[in-house]
Design a protein around this ligand. Structure first.
Ligand SMILES: Cc1ncc(COP(=O)(O)O)c(C=O)c1O
Length: 400
């Protein structure tokens, strides 16, 4: 929960404007750029004021584990961008995912999630929750019947990513929200791959949105961060106290970097999406490629759904090189411009081999079920010129 409101409410402006101005708290010096409040704690004018703050009778900051002006600016900017009522920032994307899922639940509750999840998200749902007496069922996220059948009287949370990491499947958020709600559960959406620029899960019926701010929101490879966005009721009842008492807080320094990242988010994501579409176009029909997946193309398996719930495709392209792991590794090793990394959303183009990195923890059968073959490569478009990236990919593919 942000403790101080922005003096300029930007909700009526367009997203690009909100990204530059929302949440700014100016000090008495009237600085142009947001201040970095690199402080652990705060001092009080009197013992009475200190007591009133702890009682919640006096608004103001207490301790940076749970409230800090730089972090509050980041939270407020995300609130206004996403159209949420409230938000809490976290140290990493995984802290946001884990908190959003775990904090409202107790032993005996049940979670339904799509099986196509980032490896750590899948660990939380599949391995961690059952250790605390919370059962989970993984379904094929594209099959609405599987969602319906998996619901139980004690199902409290449904969880999905869309587009999925790394196979870029697009899941029907309004339909899954309806299934969750008719069973008395909430829907939590990890919107990392879509970005807040191209998809607004709350407007599509989701109850909670989570981000790894590490990805496009920073977008320049500097800081880790995460954020949970939802209603005032959800954040106040389930998230605020959990974060305050357990402590996976965002550092004020990271909040400041991420605020500056937000200022250029729309410009970067639009450019990176344009580049990704050009890269996808150049790879389509390439003789070394067995399969190409890009949510912005007419041949994407959920192309109609992409049009319905997203404003554009993606900054990511996925493809399968013929010849399995050996060919995929030759391609990665042959790249001079795009760099091998398990990260994404950066201004530098990055390529990932999910089977040996982000999804190596899964069994070969589980990877096969998700379509993550040994030849599968995830490409995250950066801000380089598309022609240079395409030439680099073609050179590398010639070696495969
Ligand atoms: C879809 C998705 N969710 C969550 C995360 C976790 O984010 P972080 O690395 O900031 O903890 C990642 C990537 O790491 C991701 O790709």
């Amino acid at each position: 929960m942000s403790q101080v409101k922005s003096p300029l409410v930007t909700r009526n402006y367009r997203p690009e404007t909100r990204l530059v101005h929302a949440g700014t708290l100016r000090s008495q010096y009237g600085e142009t750029s947001e201040s970095l409040f690199l402080t652990q704690g705060f001092v009080y004018d009197s013992a009475e004021q200190c007591e009133a703050r702890f009682k919640g009778e006096d608004t103001g900051f207490l301790y940076s584990r749970f409230s800090n002006p730089s972090v509050a600016m980041f939270e407020q900017r995300m609130i206004e961008l996403e159209g949420a009522q409230a938000a809490r920032a976290t140290a990493t994307g995984m802290a946001a995912v884990t908190t959003a899922i775990l904090a409202p639940l107790k032993a005996g509750d049940h979670v339904v999630a799509a099986k196509a999840l980032f490896g750590s998200c899948r660990y939380v749902v599949e391995d961690l929750l059952p250790r605390y007496g919370i059962q989970s069922t993984l379904v094929d996220g594209l099959d609405l019947d599987q969602w319906r059948k998996a619901m139980r009287p004690n199902t409290r949370t449904c969880f999905l990513e869309s587009p999925t990491n790394p196979t870029l499947e697009v899941l029907d958020i309004p339909a899954i929200a309806e299934i969750a709600h008719s069973g008395g559960a909430r829907l939590v959406v990890d919107n990392v791959f879509a970005t807040p620029i191209w998809q607004s899960p709350l407007a599509l019926g989701a109850d909670v949105v989570v981000y790894s701010a590490t990805k496009h929101i920073d977008g320049q490879g500097r800081c880790l961060g995460g954020v949970i966005l939802s209603s005032e009721a959800f954040i106040n009842e389930h998230i605020h106290t959990f974060l305050r008492q357990t402590g996976p807080s965002m550092s004020p320094f990271n909040a400041w970097v991420l605020l500056k990242g937000l200022e250029t988010l729309a410009v970067r994501v639009k450019q990176q999406t344009e580049t990704a579409a050009l890269v996808a176009e150049s790879l389509a029909g390439h003789p070394k490629i067995a399969k190409l997946i890009y949510p912005g193309r007419a041949d994407h398996p959920q192309a109609a759904l992409v049009k319905k719930q997203m404003r554009a495709g993606s900054t990511l392209v996925a493809f399968e090189v013929k010849g399995g792991k050996a060919a995929a590794f030759k391609t990665l090793n042959g790249l001079k411009l795009s760099r091998i990394s398990n990260n994404l959303g950066d201004s530098k183009s990055l390529v990932t081999h999910p089977a040996t990195t982000t999804h190596q923890r899964l069994t070969p059968e589980a990877r096969a079920e998700l379509g993550i073959s040994e030849g599968f490569i995830r490409f995250s478009a950066g801000l380089e010129h598309a022609d240079d990236l395409i030439a680099d990919l073609n050179d590398a593919l010639a070696l495969a």
